[in-house]
Design a binder for this molecule. Structure first.
Ligand SMILES: Cc1cc2nc3c(=O)[nH]c(=O)nc-3n(C[C@H](O)[C@H](O)[C@H](O)COP(=O)(O)OP(=O)(O)OC[C@H]3O[C@@H](n4cnc5c(N)ncnc54)[C@H](O)[C@@H]3O)c2cc1C
Length: 385
Protein backbone atom coordinates (compact mmCIF):
# COMPACT_ATOMS: atom_id res chain seq x y z
CA UNK A 1 0.00 0.00 0.00
CA UNK A 2 1.33 3.51 -0.78
CA UNK A 3 0.96 6.57 1.45
CA UNK A 4 -1.62 8.02 -0.92
CA UNK A 5 -3.89 4.96 -0.69
CA UNK A 6 -5.65 4.49 2.61
CA UNK A 7 -7.54 1.76 4.33
CA UNK A 8 -11.14 2.85 4.88
CA UNK A 9 -13.50 0.92 7.19
CA UNK A 10 -15.12 -2.18 5.73
CA UNK A 11 -17.36 -2.78 8.75
CA UNK A 12 -19.73 -0.64 10.77
CA UNK A 13 -20.91 -1.08 14.31
CA UNK A 14 -23.52 0.35 16.66
CA UNK A 15 -21.32 3.08 18.13
CA UNK A 16 -23.32 3.48 21.34
CA UNK A 17 -23.00 -0.25 22.09
CA UNK A 18 -19.32 -0.16 21.07
CA UNK A 19 -18.65 2.75 23.44
CA UNK A 20 -20.43 0.90 26.26
CA UNK A 21 -18.29 -2.19 25.57
CA UNK A 22 -15.09 -0.09 25.68
CA UNK A 23 -16.17 1.66 28.88
CA UNK A 24 -16.91 -1.70 30.51
CA UNK A 25 -13.53 -3.04 29.35
CA UNK A 26 -11.81 0.03 30.83
CA UNK A 27 -13.58 -0.38 34.18
CA UNK A 28 -12.82 -4.11 34.31
CA UNK A 29 -9.26 -4.25 32.91
CA UNK A 30 -7.69 -0.77 33.25
CA UNK A 31 -9.20 0.15 36.61
CA UNK A 32 -7.67 -2.64 38.74
CA UNK A 33 -4.22 -2.45 37.09
CA UNK A 34 -3.11 1.12 36.54
CA UNK A 35 -2.27 2.25 40.07
CA UNK A 36 0.10 -0.64 40.80
CA UNK A 37 1.68 -0.18 37.36
CA UNK A 38 2.11 3.53 38.06
CA UNK A 39 3.70 2.85 41.45
CA UNK A 40 6.10 0.19 40.17
CA UNK A 41 6.68 1.73 36.70
CA UNK A 42 6.09 -1.72 35.28
CA UNK A 43 3.81 -2.54 32.37
CA UNK A 44 1.32 -5.33 33.15
CA UNK A 45 1.60 -7.58 30.10
CA UNK A 46 -1.65 -9.32 30.94
CA UNK A 47 -3.37 -6.03 30.12
CA UNK A 48 -2.10 -6.29 26.53
CA UNK A 49 -3.49 -9.83 26.32
CA UNK A 50 -6.84 -8.66 27.73
CA UNK A 51 -7.00 -5.78 25.22
CA UNK A 52 -6.30 -8.20 22.37
CA UNK A 53 -8.98 -10.60 23.60
CA UNK A 54 -11.47 -7.73 23.72
CA UNK A 55 -10.68 -6.91 20.07
CA UNK A 56 -9.09 -3.54 20.86
CA UNK A 57 -5.78 -4.31 19.13
CA UNK A 58 -6.09 -4.03 15.36
CA UNK A 59 -9.46 -2.29 15.38
CA UNK A 60 -8.80 -0.97 11.86
CA UNK A 61 -6.92 -4.05 10.57
CA UNK A 62 -8.29 -6.58 8.07
CA UNK A 63 -10.44 -9.37 9.44
CA UNK A 64 -8.07 -11.81 7.67
CA UNK A 65 -5.47 -10.76 10.29
CA UNK A 66 -7.91 -10.99 13.18
CA UNK A 67 -8.67 -7.25 13.04
CA UNK A 68 -12.13 -5.71 13.28
CA UNK A 69 -12.11 -3.82 9.96
CA UNK A 70 -13.58 -0.80 11.73
CA UNK A 71 -12.55 2.84 11.38
CA UNK A 72 -10.46 5.52 12.98
CA UNK A 73 -13.71 6.73 14.62
CA UNK A 74 -14.12 3.48 16.58
CA UNK A 75 -10.41 3.45 17.40
CA UNK A 76 -10.86 6.95 18.88
CA UNK A 77 -13.87 5.81 20.94
CA UNK A 78 -11.78 2.97 22.42
CA UNK A 79 -8.89 5.33 23.16
CA UNK A 80 -11.19 7.89 24.81
CA UNK A 81 -12.94 5.34 27.02
CA UNK A 82 -9.72 3.64 28.17
CA UNK A 83 -8.11 7.04 28.84
CA UNK A 84 -11.03 8.08 31.04
CA UNK A 85 -9.69 5.48 33.45
CA UNK A 86 -5.96 5.80 32.69
CA UNK A 87 -4.29 7.36 29.62
CA UNK A 88 -1.09 5.36 30.04
CA UNK A 89 -2.44 1.85 29.84
CA UNK A 90 -4.50 3.23 26.95
CA UNK A 91 -1.32 4.36 25.18
CA UNK A 92 0.02 0.81 25.27
CA UNK A 93 -2.85 -0.15 22.95
CA UNK A 94 -2.15 2.87 20.75
CA UNK A 95 1.48 1.74 20.39
CA UNK A 96 0.39 -1.76 19.31
CA UNK A 97 -1.92 -0.27 16.72
CA UNK A 98 0.65 2.19 15.33
CA UNK A 99 3.60 -0.23 15.18
CA UNK A 100 1.34 -3.09 14.06
CA UNK A 101 -0.10 -0.99 11.23
CA UNK A 102 3.38 -0.43 9.74
CA UNK A 103 3.59 -4.23 9.43
CA UNK A 104 0.09 -4.93 8.14
CA UNK A 105 -0.19 -1.94 5.82
CA UNK A 106 3.21 -2.21 4.15
CA UNK A 107 4.56 -5.63 5.12
CA UNK A 108 5.22 -8.84 3.23
CA UNK A 109 3.06 -11.90 4.07
CA UNK A 110 5.70 -12.92 6.63
CA UNK A 111 5.63 -9.47 8.25
CA UNK A 112 1.83 -9.45 8.18
CA UNK A 113 2.01 -12.71 10.12
CA UNK A 114 3.83 -10.79 12.88
CA UNK A 115 0.97 -8.25 12.78
CA UNK A 116 -1.54 -11.10 13.10
CA UNK A 117 0.25 -12.24 16.25
CA UNK A 118 0.26 -8.66 17.61
CA UNK A 119 -3.50 -8.48 17.12
CA UNK A 120 -3.95 -11.93 18.72
CA UNK A 121 -2.12 -10.84 21.88
CA UNK A 122 0.92 -13.05 21.24
CA UNK A 123 3.58 -10.53 20.23
CA UNK A 124 4.02 -7.04 21.63
CA UNK A 125 5.57 -4.36 19.43
CA UNK A 126 7.10 -0.93 20.00
CA UNK A 127 7.39 1.95 17.56
CA UNK A 128 11.09 2.76 17.58
CA UNK A 129 11.78 6.06 15.86
CA UNK A 130 12.98 8.85 18.20
CA UNK A 131 16.69 9.29 18.93
CA UNK A 132 18.56 11.37 21.48
CA UNK A 133 19.46 13.92 18.77
CA UNK A 134 16.39 13.39 16.56
CA UNK A 135 13.16 14.21 18.40
CA UNK A 136 10.72 16.29 16.38
CA UNK A 137 13.22 16.27 13.53
CA UNK A 138 12.70 12.63 12.51
CA UNK A 139 14.56 13.23 9.24
CA UNK A 140 17.70 13.81 11.30
CA UNK A 141 17.92 10.28 12.69
CA UNK A 142 21.30 8.56 12.67
CA UNK A 143 20.62 4.87 13.32
CA UNK A 144 22.07 3.10 10.32
CA UNK A 145 21.46 -0.26 8.65
CA UNK A 146 24.20 -1.59 6.35
CA UNK A 147 23.57 -4.50 3.99
CA UNK A 148 25.67 -7.61 4.57
CA UNK A 149 24.59 -10.46 2.28
CA UNK A 150 21.04 -11.49 3.14
CA UNK A 151 21.18 -9.52 6.40
CA UNK A 152 21.34 -5.90 7.54
CA UNK A 153 23.58 -4.75 10.39
CA UNK A 154 22.00 -2.08 12.61
CA UNK A 155 23.89 0.41 14.77
CA UNK A 156 22.51 3.36 16.70
CA UNK A 157 20.54 4.51 19.72
CA UNK A 158 16.84 5.25 20.15
CA UNK A 159 15.23 7.10 23.06
CA UNK A 160 11.80 7.43 24.69
CA UNK A 161 10.58 4.16 23.19
CA UNK A 162 7.31 3.32 24.94
CA UNK A 163 7.43 -0.35 26.03
CA UNK A 164 10.86 -0.70 24.36
CA UNK A 165 11.94 -3.12 27.09
CA UNK A 166 8.63 -5.03 27.09
CA UNK A 167 8.05 -5.52 23.38
CA UNK A 168 8.96 -8.70 21.52
CA UNK A 169 9.55 -6.87 18.24
CA UNK A 170 10.91 -3.35 17.81
CA UNK A 171 9.54 -1.74 14.64
CA UNK A 172 12.61 0.39 14.03
CA UNK A 173 13.27 3.21 11.57
CA UNK A 174 16.85 3.32 10.30
CA UNK A 175 18.85 4.94 7.55
CA UNK A 176 19.65 2.50 4.71
CA UNK A 177 21.07 4.95 2.19
CA UNK A 178 22.76 8.03 3.58
CA UNK A 179 22.94 9.75 0.18
CA UNK A 180 19.16 9.67 -0.27
CA UNK A 181 18.35 11.72 2.84
CA UNK A 182 14.83 11.19 4.15
CA UNK A 183 14.04 8.88 1.21
CA UNK A 184 16.83 6.54 2.27
CA UNK A 185 15.13 5.14 5.39
CA UNK A 186 13.34 1.86 6.09
CA UNK A 187 11.62 0.10 8.96
CA UNK A 188 12.97 -3.17 10.34
CA UNK A 189 11.02 -5.62 12.49
CA UNK A 190 13.81 -6.38 14.97
CA UNK A 191 13.49 -9.13 17.58
CA UNK A 192 14.18 -7.36 20.88
CA UNK A 193 16.08 -10.40 22.14
CA UNK A 194 18.54 -10.33 19.21
CA UNK A 195 22.24 -10.22 20.17
CA UNK A 196 23.36 -6.55 20.32
CA UNK A 197 20.01 -5.08 21.40
CA UNK A 198 20.02 -3.54 24.87
CA UNK A 199 17.28 -1.58 26.60
CA UNK A 200 17.33 0.67 29.64
CA UNK A 201 14.31 2.26 31.24
CA UNK A 202 14.18 6.08 31.31
CA UNK A 203 12.85 7.39 34.62
CA UNK A 204 9.98 9.81 33.89
CA UNK A 205 7.28 11.52 35.91
CA UNK A 206 4.75 10.63 33.20
CA UNK A 207 3.58 7.48 31.39
CA UNK A 208 4.80 5.32 34.24
CA UNK A 209 2.47 2.34 33.62
CA UNK A 210 3.82 2.14 30.04
CA UNK A 211 7.47 3.10 30.60
CA UNK A 212 9.84 4.47 27.98
CA UNK A 213 13.28 3.05 27.18
CA UNK A 214 16.60 3.86 25.60
CA UNK A 215 17.28 1.16 23.01
CA UNK A 216 20.79 0.54 21.72
CA UNK A 217 21.61 -1.40 18.56
CA UNK A 218 25.17 -2.63 18.51
CA UNK A 219 25.96 -4.61 15.34
CA UNK A 220 22.49 -6.17 15.37
CA UNK A 221 21.99 -8.58 12.46
CA UNK A 222 18.50 -8.47 10.96
CA UNK A 223 17.44 -10.69 8.04
CA UNK A 224 16.46 -8.94 4.81
CA UNK A 225 13.04 -10.60 5.25
CA UNK A 226 12.51 -8.28 8.24
CA UNK A 227 13.04 -5.06 6.22
CA UNK A 228 9.63 -3.44 5.69
CA UNK A 229 8.95 -1.58 2.48
CA UNK A 230 8.14 1.61 4.43
CA UNK A 231 10.20 4.53 5.69
CA UNK A 232 9.99 8.27 6.39
CA UNK A 233 6.97 9.01 4.18
CA UNK A 234 4.97 6.14 5.64
CA UNK A 235 5.68 7.06 9.26
CA UNK A 236 4.74 10.68 8.55
CA UNK A 237 1.46 9.48 7.00
CA UNK A 238 0.90 7.18 10.00
CA UNK A 239 1.56 10.03 12.43
CA UNK A 240 -1.65 11.66 11.19
CA UNK A 241 -3.80 8.76 12.36
CA UNK A 242 -1.77 8.55 15.55
CA UNK A 243 -2.44 12.26 16.18
CA UNK A 244 -6.19 11.64 16.09
CA UNK A 245 -5.70 8.85 18.66
CA UNK A 246 -3.55 11.13 20.80
CA UNK A 247 -6.34 13.75 20.71
CA UNK A 248 -8.83 11.05 21.78
CA UNK A 249 -6.47 9.93 24.56
CA UNK A 250 -6.30 13.41 26.06
CA UNK A 251 -10.01 13.95 25.52
CA UNK A 252 -10.72 10.96 27.77
CA UNK A 253 -8.20 12.17 30.33
CA UNK A 254 -9.60 15.70 30.51
CA UNK A 255 -13.15 14.35 30.82
CA UNK A 256 -11.97 12.25 33.77
CA UNK A 257 -10.30 15.29 35.39
CA UNK A 258 -13.40 17.44 34.88
CA UNK A 259 -15.70 14.74 36.32
CA UNK A 260 -13.53 14.52 39.39
CA UNK A 261 -13.24 18.31 39.85
CA UNK A 262 -16.99 18.88 39.42
CA UNK A 263 -17.74 16.25 42.05
CA UNK A 264 -15.11 17.61 44.45
CA UNK A 265 -16.43 21.17 44.04
CA UNK A 266 -19.89 19.88 45.07
CA UNK A 267 -18.79 17.98 48.18
CA UNK A 268 -15.94 20.13 49.51
CA UNK A 269 -17.35 22.78 51.84
CA UNK A 270 -15.68 26.02 52.93
CA UNK A 271 -17.37 29.05 54.47
CA UNK A 272 -20.42 26.85 55.07
CA UNK A 273 -21.14 25.93 51.43
CA UNK A 274 -19.72 23.89 48.56
CA UNK A 275 -16.71 25.56 46.95
CA UNK A 276 -18.54 25.13 43.61
CA UNK A 277 -21.14 27.63 44.84
CA UNK A 278 -18.55 30.34 44.27
CA UNK A 279 -18.80 31.73 40.75
CA UNK A 280 -15.01 31.93 40.52
CA UNK A 281 -14.78 28.12 40.89
CA UNK A 282 -17.96 27.30 38.94
CA UNK A 283 -16.83 29.44 36.00
CA UNK A 284 -13.50 27.62 35.81
CA UNK A 285 -15.38 24.34 35.61
CA UNK A 286 -17.78 25.76 33.02
CA UNK A 287 -14.76 26.85 30.96
CA UNK A 288 -13.28 23.35 31.32
CA UNK A 289 -16.57 21.87 30.07
CA UNK A 290 -16.29 23.98 26.91
CA UNK A 291 -12.69 22.79 26.45
CA UNK A 292 -13.80 19.16 26.69
CA UNK A 293 -16.67 19.59 24.25
CA UNK A 294 -14.56 21.54 21.74
CA UNK A 295 -11.86 18.84 21.90
CA UNK A 296 -14.54 16.19 21.39
CA UNK A 297 -15.90 17.86 18.26
CA UNK A 298 -12.47 18.44 16.72
CA UNK A 299 -11.32 14.89 17.50
CA UNK A 300 -14.32 13.06 16.09
CA UNK A 301 -14.54 15.43 13.13
CA UNK A 302 -10.94 14.50 12.23
CA UNK A 303 -11.65 10.79 12.79
CA UNK A 304 -14.76 10.85 10.57
CA UNK A 305 -12.86 12.70 7.86
CA UNK A 306 -10.07 10.13 8.04
CA UNK A 307 -12.61 7.35 7.55
CA UNK A 308 -14.15 9.17 4.58
CA UNK A 309 -11.03 8.27 2.60
CA UNK A 310 -9.98 11.77 1.51
CA UNK A 311 -6.24 12.04 0.72
CA UNK A 312 -3.99 12.60 3.72
CA UNK A 313 -2.90 16.04 2.46
CA UNK A 314 -6.55 17.14 2.81
CA UNK A 315 -6.67 15.95 6.43
CA UNK A 316 -3.67 17.71 7.90
CA UNK A 317 -5.52 20.87 8.95
CA UNK A 318 -8.22 18.85 10.76
CA UNK A 319 -5.82 16.38 12.35
CA UNK A 320 -3.31 18.98 13.56
CA UNK A 321 -6.10 21.26 14.85
CA UNK A 322 -7.62 18.40 16.85
CA UNK A 323 -4.26 17.29 18.20
CA UNK A 324 -3.15 20.81 19.10
CA UNK A 325 -6.42 21.78 20.77
CA UNK A 326 -6.83 18.56 22.77
CA UNK A 327 -3.23 18.63 24.00
CA UNK A 328 -3.56 22.28 25.06
CA UNK A 329 -6.99 21.80 26.62
CA UNK A 330 -5.94 18.79 28.71
CA UNK A 331 -3.24 20.90 30.37
CA UNK A 332 -5.76 23.67 31.14
CA UNK A 333 -8.45 21.29 32.43
CA UNK A 334 -6.11 19.27 34.65
CA UNK A 335 -4.61 22.48 36.07
CA UNK A 336 -8.16 23.59 36.90
CA UNK A 337 -8.78 20.25 38.64
CA UNK A 338 -5.54 20.67 40.60
CA UNK A 339 -6.53 24.21 41.61
CA UNK A 340 -10.00 23.10 42.71
CA UNK A 341 -8.30 20.45 44.87
CA UNK A 342 -6.47 23.15 46.87
CA UNK A 343 -3.83 21.84 49.29
CA UNK A 344 -5.41 18.38 49.30
CA UNK A 345 -5.05 18.34 45.54
CA UNK A 346 -1.28 18.21 46.03
CA UNK A 347 -1.46 15.10 48.20
CA UNK A 348 -1.57 11.45 47.22
CA UNK A 349 -4.99 11.23 48.87
CA UNK A 350 -6.62 12.87 45.85
CA UNK A 351 -6.08 12.11 42.14
CA UNK A 352 -5.61 15.74 41.06
CA UNK A 353 -1.81 15.84 41.00
CA UNK A 354 -1.51 12.52 39.12
CA UNK A 355 -4.04 13.79 36.55
CA UNK A 356 -2.07 17.03 36.10
CA UNK A 357 1.31 15.28 35.93
CA UNK A 358 0.13 12.77 33.33
CA UNK A 359 -1.18 15.60 31.14
CA UNK A 360 2.27 17.20 30.92
CA UNK A 361 3.35 14.75 28.22
CA UNK A 362 0.50 15.89 25.97
CA UNK A 363 2.32 18.88 24.43
CA UNK A 364 5.37 16.78 23.60
CA UNK A 365 4.72 13.52 21.74
CA UNK A 366 3.97 12.77 18.07
CA UNK A 367 4.80 16.33 17.02
CA UNK A 368 4.83 19.03 19.70
CA UNK A 369 2.54 22.07 19.90
CA UNK A 370 4.97 24.03 17.74
CA UNK A 371 5.06 21.31 15.09
CA UNK A 372 1.23 21.27 14.93
CA UNK A 373 1.12 25.09 14.72
CA UNK A 374 3.65 24.96 11.89
CA UNK A 375 1.54 22.39 10.02
CA UNK A 376 -1.62 24.48 10.51
CA UNK A 377 0.13 27.69 9.40
CA UNK A 378 1.40 25.98 6.26
CA UNK A 379 -2.08 24.62 5.49
CA UNK A 380 -3.35 28.18 5.85
CA UNK A 381 -0.97 29.13 3.05
CA UNK A 382 1.46 31.02 5.24
CA UNK A 383 5.12 30.93 4.14
CA UNK A 384 6.16 29.28 7.44
CA UNK A 385 9.47 27.37 7.35
C1 LIG B 1 6.50 9.65 27.46
C2 LIG B 1 7.02 9.63 26.06
C3 LIG B 1 6.73 8.55 25.24
C4 LIG B 1 7.26 8.50 23.95
N1 LIG B 1 7.06 7.37 23.16
C5 LIG B 1 7.71 7.25 21.98
C6 LIG B 1 7.66 6.03 21.23
O1 LIG B 1 7.00 5.06 21.63
N2 LIG B 1 8.38 5.95 20.09
C7 LIG B 1 9.12 6.98 19.61
O2 LIG B 1 9.75 6.82 18.56
N3 LIG B 1 9.18 8.16 20.29
C8 LIG B 1 8.50 8.32 21.46
N4 LIG B 1 8.57 9.50 22.18
C9 LIG B 1 9.34 10.59 21.63
C10 LIG B 1 8.56 11.83 21.37
O3 LIG B 1 7.74 11.66 20.24
C11 LIG B 1 9.66 12.90 21.28
O4 LIG B 1 10.02 13.17 22.60
C12 LIG B 1 9.23 14.10 20.64
O5 LIG B 1 9.29 13.88 19.28
C13 LIG B 1 10.06 15.30 21.11
O6 LIG B 1 11.42 15.11 20.93
P1 LIG B 1 12.50 15.79 21.92
O7 LIG B 1 12.18 15.48 23.30
O8 LIG B 1 13.84 15.43 21.40
O9 LIG B 1 12.24 17.35 21.73
P2 LIG B 1 12.91 18.35 20.69
O10 LIG B 1 12.61 17.95 19.30
O11 LIG B 1 14.32 18.58 21.10
O12 LIG B 1 12.07 19.67 21.01
C14 LIG B 1 12.31 20.48 22.17
C15 LIG B 1 11.46 21.75 22.05
O13 LIG B 1 11.82 22.48 20.87
C16 LIG B 1 10.68 22.71 20.06
N5 LIG B 1 11.03 22.61 18.64
C17 LIG B 1 11.73 21.62 18.00
N6 LIG B 1 11.80 21.90 16.69
C18 LIG B 1 11.13 23.06 16.48
C19 LIG B 1 10.81 23.86 15.34
N7 LIG B 1 11.22 23.52 14.11
N8 LIG B 1 10.09 24.99 15.50
C20 LIG B 1 9.66 25.35 16.74
N9 LIG B 1 9.91 24.65 17.86
C21 LIG B 1 10.62 23.51 17.73
C22 LIG B 1 9.69 21.59 20.43
O14 LIG B 1 8.36 21.98 20.16
C23 LIG B 1 9.96 21.44 21.92
O15 LIG B 1 9.22 22.41 22.63
C24 LIG B 1 8.05 9.57 23.46
C25 LIG B 1 8.32 10.68 24.30
C26 LIG B 1 7.83 10.71 25.60
C27 LIG B 1 8.17 11.88 26.47
Amino acid sequence: MSTTERRTPVNTVDRVAFRDMCAEFARREVGPRWQEADRTKTFPRDFYVAAAKAGLIGITADESLGGAGLGCYEEAIAMEEMSKVNPNLAVSVLVQNVAGSILYEYGTPEQREIARRVIAGECMVAITVTEPEAGNDVAGLKTEAVRDGDHWVLNGMKSFITLGGDADVLVTLARVDRASGRNGMAFFAVDRRSPGVTTKQIETYVNRPAPTYRVTFDDVRVPEARRVDAGFREIMAGFNRERVMVAARWLGHMQNALNWAREYASVRHQFGRPIGANQSIAFQLAQAHVDVEAARHLTYHAAAKWDSGVPIRDLILDVSSAKLFATQAVVRVTQTALHVGGGWGLTEELPAMRLALDALVAPVTVGSWEIQLRAIAREMGLPCD
